[in-house]
Ligand binder design. Structure first.
Ligand code: BTN
Length: 244
């Protein structure tokens, strides 16, 4: 059952000690017409990742999903995912963690590339207007990295346990400030990006694109300098991004 969490936020907070998936719960609320709610959990028993993968969500993490009904077209929604990545990276850096963003929205430990945070955005609506967006953020916070998949690390492992209430408060505040300001989102993304300046390979539905990552453009396209000139890759087209 949900309990009060005691955060000062422009959202109603629904806190669960354990839940199957905060995104699944947020979708239920969204479909019932709710908006401006944050579903928060200490643990998920059936956390979901991108590409239908499971997301490991042991007790002690920060698992949250924001329900929004923004006035935007579905194709603009990736901006909200970038906003979530920027907000979470800022909160992590303030906590002393050397976090950076890998395009489009993985948050990694800068020097090792180990994963700290995953973000999953889901939405429903018409071609010109979304009816709702759920933006789910999973942070490996106060958890042992032995309880995480290979290639992942946790805040605990890097700097010790953090005050999750204060952390969530920062993430929500920052997300709320950014969410209506595409320029601020893109600038924040550039500021914290690990990907820019690197040689990358992106597997798209139309083949691989290889070159130097130059910049990000609204609503989340990566600009890559290839041997044939500049190519723009949509976040949705991306199956895989790695340094080459
Ligand atoms: C990824 O594959 O990297 C995205 C992982 C997203 C996990 C978060 S945890 C909170 C929210 N609820 C879920 O079931 N998934 C997202």
């Amino acid at each position: 059952p949900a309990v009060e969490y005691g955060l000062e936020a422009p959202y109603r907070i629904e806190y669960h000690d354990a839940i199957a998936s905060t995104n699944a719960r947020a979708r239920e609320l969204a479909k019932a017409g709710d908006a401006d709610v944050v579903v928060l959990a200490n643990e998920q028993t059936a956390g979901r990742g991108r590409l239908d993968r499971a997301w490991n969500a042991p007790s002690g993490g920060v698992y949250l999903s924001v329900v929004l009904r923004p006035e935007m077209a579905p194709m603009e929604a990736p901006l909200l995912t970038l906003a979530a990545a920027v907000a979470t990276t800022r909160a992590l850096r303030e906590a002393g963690v050397d976090a950076g963003i890998k395009w489009p929205n993985d948050i990694l430990l800068e020097f090792t590339g180990e994963k700290l945070v995953g973000i999953l955005t889901e939405m429903e609506g018409e071609a010109d207007r979304v009816s709702w967006v759920v933006c789910g953020i999973g942070v490996n916070a106060n958890v042992d990295s032995e309880d995480l998949p290979q290639g992942a690390t946790s805040v605990r492992e890097q700097v010790g346990d953090i005050d999750r209430r204060a952390f969530v408060q920062r993430v929500i505040e920052e997300f709320d400030t950014l969410k209506g300001d595409p320029d601020a989102i893109l600038d924040g993304w550039r500021e914290h990006a690990i990907t820019l300046g690197q040689r990358v390979r992106v597997e798209t539905s139309r083949g691989a694109v290889v070159g130097e990552a130059l910049d990000i453009e609204s609503p989340g396209r990566l600009v890559i300098e290839t041997d044939e000139g500049e190519v723009r890759v949509h976040a949705g087209d991306c199956e895989h991004l790695r340094p080459v």
